[in-house]
Design a protein around this ligand. Structure first.
Ligand code: URA
Length: 216
């Protein structure tokens, strides 16, 4: 299985229709499945939900131009896992070191909400992404959907590893999954996720991975 969908992937009719609409409405935008991005041999893999319409779907780089990217890249910077300065553009020169970012669903969904069939249809790409990254020691999942899709990718029962912010799940293959609430605008504006809470879980995952300021 390949780890990236083709540009005109037709597995999800609703998402393909949405893409067609966006291509005619916003012809200068990326408007395609957003590929994983970052270190080619990462120790930490971050799994988000799906590209935002005016963010990653526009720029073509995960979390880039999305509100959620501001906190994510700032926190990765504090962990010492970035170089350069994030400027919400794919040509901003930002580098990720020891970390790679992917999404459970690669195409932008209407209202930021993929449906179950779309999460399932996109899962083989997540599985293939993990399979090709033997260097990964820790996986940080952002939100319950990413958590559940990742566990299914590993063939694990969700009931055995319930989602909870800050939880750490040791998988049978020795990798550790770190759960976080998604760093979305909604979660940060409502106080469900504070920058301090997010930093604590990102640092824990970075420490386990042995990257940045926690390099081993
Ligand atoms: N939110 C995500 O979960 N992923 C992105 O790529 C952008 C925003």
């Amino acid at each position: 299985m390949i780890s990236e969908p083709v540009r005109d992937c037709a597995l999800c009719p609703r998402l393909a229709d949405f893409r067609t609409d966006n291509r005619s409405q916003f012809p200068g935008w990326f408007n395609a499945p957003v590929p994983s991005w970052g270190d080619e041999a990462p120790r930490l893999l971050i799994v988000g939900l799906a590209p935002g319409l005016r963010g990653a779907n526009r720029t073509g780089r995960p979390f880039t131009g999305d509100y959620a990217g501001d906190l994510l890249f700032e926190t990765l910077g504090k962990a010492g896992a970035t170089s350069g300065t994030y400027a919400a553009r794919p040509d901003d020169g930002l580098g990720l070191h020891g970390v790679r970012i992917t999404n459970a669903v690669r195409c932008v969904p209407p209202q930021n909400k993929p449906v179950g069939a779309e999460i399932t249809a996109c899962r083989p790409f997540l599985t293939a992404t993990i399979d090709e990254l033997a260097s990964v020691r820790a996986i940080l999942v952002l939100g319950r959907i990413a958590h559940e899709s990742l566990l299914s990718s590993f063939g694990q029962k969700r009931s055995r590893f319930p989602f909870a912010h800050g939880a750490e799940h040791a998988l049978p293959d020795g990798r550790v999954v770190f759960d976080s609430y998604h760093c979305s605008r909604y979660n940060t504006n409502t106080g469900r996720l504070t920058p301090q809470m997010f930093e604590a879980v990102v640092f824990a995952a970075a420490e386990r991975a042995g990257i940045g300021r926690f390099a081993t």
